[in-house]
Design a protein around this ligand. Structure first.
Ligand SMILES: Cc1cc2nc3c(=O)[nH]c(=O)nc-3n(C[C@H](O)[C@H](O)[C@H](O)COP(=O)(O)OP(=O)(O)OC[C@H]3O[C@@H](n4cnc5c(N)ncnc54)[C@H](O)[C@@H]3O)c2cc1C
Length: 571
C-alpha cells in the first residue's frame, strides 16, 4: 500500500471540508501539508446543490439579534440542541459571511448595496444570505478557488476513504483510501484528521441528495470505535418535486409561496396559525402528510406518490425569474411546469440528518487527533430538527474551528505510529471483495430494498410495530448481503465503490432504526404515533450508539441548557 505523508488529512470536499482545509493551511502556515481526500471531484460535492441561503445575523441595528437567532434554533431543535454550541454558532456566523465576501462570494444585494437576506422556515427574521437560489454553488466555487491559492493544500480526488487508522494507544494516525482511478489502496499518514463526508445521504428512495451521498464517513467512524449521536432524527424537507425528489427550496416559501391541498385550501393556516407555510420543516412535513392521509392530496399515477401543491403564482413573476432562477428552470425541465403560471407538485423528501459523529463544541471526536465537521458531525446545534439555512453556516463555522484545531494539534505532535493490523485488515477487506467470488445477491437490489424499507418504516410518521418490522428487514438484508463484485477490473471499478457504499448504508440504517425504536417519545422530526408527546422527564438527552463486540450499545449525553428551558413549541 502506497504511503502518502501529510500533516492534516481532510476527508470530504464539501463546504465543511473546503473551509477546514483553508483554515488548517492558514493556521499551520506554508510548511503544514494539508491533504483533501475526496470521493468526487470537489465541485461535484453535494454542497454544490444547496439552494436557498446561509443564515447569519448581519444587521442588529435593523432589528435582528443573536438572541433571536439562538432562540429560533433552540426552539426549532425541539430543545435538544446544545445551547452553548448554538450560542457559539450564532456569534461566529456573521464572520463567515464576511469572510466569504472577502474571498469573492457574489452575495445578492439590497438597493443600498448591503448583503440581501430573506426568510427561511422557522427563522423569525429574514436572515438567510443568498446568491440567486444557487448559494451552494457560489459558496463552493469561492472556497475551492481559495483552496487553489494555497500551495500547501493538495487535492486527492476520486479517492474513496474506507478506514480510519489509529495508533495502539488510540491516537489518530490517518486514513486508508481506495483510488477509484487506478484501483490502488493508499494510506494517508497524518498527525490530525477531519471527517467531513456529509450526512447519511440516500438511505431513502425519494431523497434530495446526490447519488454519491452515502454514510461512508459515519460507518467508518463507528467501525473505529467513535460513537454516533442523535441518529433517529432524519429531516424530511416539505417540498421535494414529484416524482424526482429534486428539492424546491424553502426560499420559495420565503419569497411568498403557499402550500395548497386538493381543495385549494392554504392548509398551513390550521397547523401553524402564525408562521403558516414558514413553520419549521418537521411541522410542515407532518402537516402535508396529514393532509395526504386524510384524503386532501393528489396522486401521481406513474410513481404512485401522493402530493400537495406549492403555489408560486402568487409571487411577482420578476421575483421568480431573479431570485428563484434554478427552481423555475428545474420545474420547466423536469415537469414542463412554469411556476409563474402553474403550481408545483411536492411531497416531503429525505433531506438532512441531524445526527452524526459525536463531537464536542470544538468538533473533536473521542479519538485524539480526529475532528468531524459539517453534516457528518453532530455537535449538536440542530437537535431534533434543523432550521433551514443553518446547515451551510454550520459547515463554515465548524469547518473553520476544526481546521484550526487540527492544524494546532499537528504542529505540536510527532508523526503517528499506526497499528499495522488495521492497515493489513483493510487491505485484506478490500482485496477480498475485489478478488473473491461474485456475490449471490445483487447489491443494487439490496440498496433498492433498503431504501424502500426506510421509506415504509422510518418516514415522517413512525410506529413501534412498523419500526420493529423495518429493523427486522434491515437486519435480514444485512445478513444476506455479500461483500463481492461482479466487475473485477481495477480502473474506475464503480461496482466496488457501490458495494462499499451499500455496506455503509446497511450499517447506518440499522443504527437509525435502533435509535428510533429506543426513543419512546415524539420530538422534532422523530414523530411516533404510539408516543405522540414530547417526554422531557425521560428523553431530554442525546442517544449515543457505541460499537461493542455484539454490535452496539446505547449511551447517553445530557443536553446543554444555558438559557432556555424547554417549553411548548407553538408557531
Ligand atoms: C438540494 C439541497 C439544497 C440545500 N439547500 C440548503 C440551503 O439553502 N441552506 C443550507 O443551510 N443548507 C442547505 N442544504 C443542506 C446543506 O447543503 C448540506 O447539509 C451541506 O452542504 C453538507 O455539507 P458537507 O460539507 O457536510 O458535506 P457534503 O457537501 O455532502 O460533502 C461531503 C464530501 O465528502 C466526500 N465523501 C463522502 N464519502 C467519502 C469517502 N468515503 N471518501 C472520500 N470522500 C468522501 C464527498 O465526495 C463530498 O466531497 C441543502 C441540501 C440539499 C440536498
Amino acid at each position: 500500500m502506497e504511503v502518502i505523508d501529510c500533516d492534516v488529512v481532510v476527508v470530504g470536499s464539501g463546504l465543511a471540508g473546503l473551509r477546514a482545509a483553508i483554515e488548517a493551511a492558514r493556521v499551520g502556515g506554508p510548511k503544514l501539508r494539508v491533504a483533501v481526500v475526496t470521493k468526487t471531484q470537489p465541485m461535484r460535492s453535494h454542497s454544490v446543490s444547496a439552494e436557498g441561503g446561509t443564515a447569519a445575523v448581519l444587521y442588529p441595528e435593523e432589528g435582528d439579534s443573536f438572541e433571536s437567532h439562538m432562540w429560533d434554533t433552540v426552539k426549532g431543535s425541539d430543545f435538544l440542541a446544545d445551547q452553548d454550541a448554538v450560542e457559539l454558532f450564532v456569534r461566529e456566523a456573521p464572520k463567515e459571511i464576511i469572510q466569504l465576501e472577502h474571498w469573492g462570494m457574489p452575495w445578492a444585494r439590497r438597493e443600498d448595496g448591503k448583503i440581501a437576506q430573506r426568510y427561511f422556515g422557522g427563522q423569525s427574521y429574514p436572515r438567510a444570505c443568498f446568491a440567486e437560489d444557487r448559494v451552494g454553488f457560489f459558496e463552493m466555487s469561492t472556497l475551492y478557488t481559495t483552496c487553489l491559492r494555497h500551495d500547501n493544500i493538495e487535492f486527492y480526488d476520486e479517492r474513496c476513504a474506507t478506514a480510519i487508522v489509529h495508533e495502539d494507544g488510540g491516537r489518530f494516525a490517518g486514513v486508508v483510501a481506495y483510488d477509484i482511478k487506478s484501483g490502488d489502496l493508499e494510506y494517508f499518514r497524518a498527525k490530525a484528521g477531519i471527517i467531513a463526508t456529509g450526512g447519511a445521504g440516500r438511505l431513502y428512495p425519494f431523497a434530495s441528495f446526490g447519488h454519491s451521498s452515502t454514510p461512508d464517513g459515519l460507518a467508518m467512524a463507528f467501525r473505529a470505535g467513535i460513537p454516533l449521536k442523535d441518529m433517529e432524527f432524519v429531516q424530511f424537507h416539505p417540498t421535494g418535486l414529484v416524482p424526482s425528489g429534486i428539492l424546491i427550496t424553502e426560499a420559495s416559501r420565503g419569497e411568498g409561496g403557499i402550500l395548497r391541498n386538493s381543495k385549494g385550501e392554504r392548509f398551513m393556516e390550521r397547523y401553524a396559525p402564525k408562521m403558516k407555510d414558514l413553520a419549521p420543516r418537521d411541522i410542515v412535513s407532518r402537516s402535508i402528510m396529514t393532509e395526504i392521509r386524510e384524503g386532501r392530496g393528489f396522486k401521481d399515477e406513474e410513481s404512485g406518490y401522493e402530493y400537495v401543491l406549492l403555489d408560486l403564482t402568487v409571487i411577482e413573476p420578476e421575483k421568480i425569474v431573479k431570485r428563484l432562477t434554478s427552481i423555475r428552470e428545474i420545474c420547466l425541465k423536469m415537469r414542463g411546469i412554469d411556476p409563474i403560471s402553474e403550481p408545483i407538485p411536492v411531497r416531503p423528501v429525505a433531506h438532512y440528518y441531524m445526527g452524526g459523529i459525536d463531537v464536542n463544541i470544538s468538533g473533536a471526536t473521542e479519538m485524539p487527533g480526529l475532528w468531524a465537521a459539517g453534516e457528518a458531525a453532530c455537535v449538536s446545534i440542530n437537535g431534533a430538527n434543523r432550521l433551514g439555512s443553518n446547515s451551510t453556516t454550520e459547515c463554515l463555522v465548524w469547518g473553520r474551528i476544526t481546521g484550526a484545531e487540527a492544524a494546532r494539534f499537528a504542529m505540536s505532535h510527532d508523526d503517528p505510529d499506526p497499528t499495522m493490523a488495521t492497515l493489513q485488515q483493510e487491505e485484506k477487506r478490500i482485496y477480498d471483495v475485489l478478488l473473491g467470488p461474485a456475490p449471490r445477491v445483487d447489491p443494487y437490489d439490496v440498496k433498492a430494498e433498503l431504501q424502500k424499507t426506510m421509506e415504509e418504516h422510518f418516514h415522517v410518521f413512525r410506529e413501534k410495530g412498523s419500526m420493529e418490522e423495518g429493523l427486522r428487514k434491515i437486519r435480514k438484508l444485512r445478513s444476506e448481503f455479500e461483500m463481492g463484485v461482479v466487475d473485477k477490473s481495477r480502473r474506475y471499478n464503480t461496482n466496488l465503490v457501490h458495494v462499499l457504499e451499500v455496506d455503509a448504508m446497511l450499517a447506518v440504517s440499522e443504527l437509525i432504526g435502533a435509535a428510533a425504536l429506543h426513543r419512546t417519545e415524539s420530538r422534532g422530526a422523530h414523530y411516533r404515533v404510539d408516543a405522540p408527546k414530547r417526554d422531557d422527564a425521560s428523553w431530554l438527552k442525546h442517544i449515543l450508539l457505541r460499537k461493542t463486540a455484539e454490535g452496539f450499545a446505547f449511551d447517553y449525553k445530557p443536553v446543554v441548557i444555558t438559557k432556555y428551558q424547554p417549553q411548548e413549541r407553538v408557531y
